[in-house]
Design a protein around this ligand. Structure first.
Ligand code: CA
Length: 234
């Protein structure tokens, strides 16, 4: 789940990013409304959720909301603000925000609001994803594989391994390039080093192989990778 966080207070932004990252969200954090719009204009479809502070340098959170809705983006937006007067809430919601959180707030409340937005969102995150003989368990950060005899094997994954395998499972039997993986699973500001992807691939593969899942992910040298599902397991 990728989140765009737009918050110009460095301490608060860092705290939110830290909290969300611990909860397996992938967070792109920007401090300026213009930067936020540049991200959104190109790739709002990549985001599951957006969090906009109301008062921002450049374009305000309110204007970002209006611009998104004028493009008919359904991206769920949570507004953050110190404004707590009723008329401000109405203005924010009228501009297209889905929910509203008044500063100061606790991180537990922020997470609860985000979960509520996800449940209402068309991009709602399911509890499980099954492709072939693999089932991703979102609640427990693990993948369950089932062999031909019906025997199940549970494999615990790190957050990044989980995101990586999820991406492959959403694109089975397709060639996925290193660049696609990097763009989808690493923050926009992260250093564009393809070695990062290769290193993570090695870790995921080793874990799959050690748990009897063989070499499902094929390396296509110079191109990328492919999760191969056999006909029987489709
Ligand atoms: Ca602000």
């Amino acid at each position: 789940m990728r989140v765009l966080l737009v918050e110009d207070e460095p301490d608060l932004g860092a705290a939110i990013k830290r909290t969300l990252t611990q909860q397996k969200y992938l967070v792109d954090w920007v401090l300026d409304g213009n930067d936020a719009w540049a991200y959104l204009e190109n790739q709002w479809t990549q985001y599951t959720l957006a969090i906009f502070d109301w008062m921002l340098p450049g374009i305000s959170g309110l204007e970002l909301c209006k611009k998104l809705r004028s493009r008919e983006s359904p991206l769920p937006v949570l507004m953050l603000t110190a404004k707590d007067r009723m008329e401000d809430k109405v203005t924010g919601l009228d501009a297209g925000a889905d929910d509203y959180l008044v500063k100061p707030f606790g991180m537990a409340e922020l997470l609860a609001r985000l979960r509520a937005l996800q449940r209402r969102s068309p991009q709602f995150q399911p509890q499980e994803l099954t492709v072939g003989n693999l089932t991703l368990d979102y609640g427990n950060n693990m993948v369950v594989s089932q062999n031909n005899t019906g025997k199940k094997q549970e494999i615990c994954l790190t957050n990044k391994e989980f995101q990586l395998l999820e991406y492959f499972m959403k694109h089975p039997n397709q060639i996925v390039t290193t660049e696609q993986i990097r763009n989808q699973l690493w923050e926009v500001s992260a250093e564009p080093i393809s070695n990062v992807v290769a290193a993570q691939m090695r870790l995921l593969r080793r874990k799959l192989t050690n748990n009897g899942c063989g070499n499902m992910i094929e390396t296509l040298h110079g191109t990328g990778y492919r999760l191969n599902l056999t006909d029987e397991s489709k």
